[in-house]
Ligand binder design. Sequence first.
Ligand code: GLP
Length: 246
Amino acid sequence: MAIHLQIVEHPADVALAAAQHVCAQIRERSDAVLGLATGSTPEATYAELVRNHRAGTLSFARVRSVNLDEYRGLDGLHEQSYRYYMRQHLFDQVDMLPWNALLLDGTAVDGAAECRAYEERIRALGGVDLWMLGIGGNGHIAFNEPGSSRESRTRCVALAPETIADNSRLFAVPAEVPRQAYTAGIATIMEARRILLLATGAHKAAAVAAALHGEVGAHCPASFLRGHADCTFVIDRQAASQLPGV
Ligand code: GLP
């Protein structure tokens, strides 16, 4: 159950390779259920998918999607909400049908009910075919911060101080950075039939090395991916720079 490792030269090559995996999935099943991620890493991958769509070689008309996470308290019109991000980078740029895109509602009045319903909706879709992930500098996946268990499900979490600091660059004033988020759990993600983790840059090298070669455990949530039957890491040279023998 080793993780497939695809090391490429530059971030642009990560985007090309990741887009190829997504295109292959949609070609295999036009109504594929895609798990999607936000953050700066997958932006170039979405741009590549949009390019394929505009070239007429890729349609999202039957694709369904679920997203990893959402900040608590932000509605979809907030420019830093993940719903806004997804519309900006993918949904509004391709022929995706709005009702086929499932995201957690950051403004849900009953957060626990929202999380339960999310799990049920993913189940009703028949599960996720391919879930694309990024990785946090502290080894988090989605917003499963260090300390998250292998059995965790969709829930509301407190963000780690380093995640709040990382994300503060995106907000006008630090006080605006959300302290909590809704996130799919590690067990939720691990149920996907295939997983694709993307990482670029030297600032991800330690997290990538810990995920692939450190002890498996909650201190590094991405390390749990080593227990998945079909997981591929697509990373650039810099993100691979702390791997033994690379
Ligand atoms: C956020 C997201 C994660 C993402 C991580 C890394 O915390 N919730 O899903 O993987 O950031 O983001 P970036 O790609 O910007 O480094």
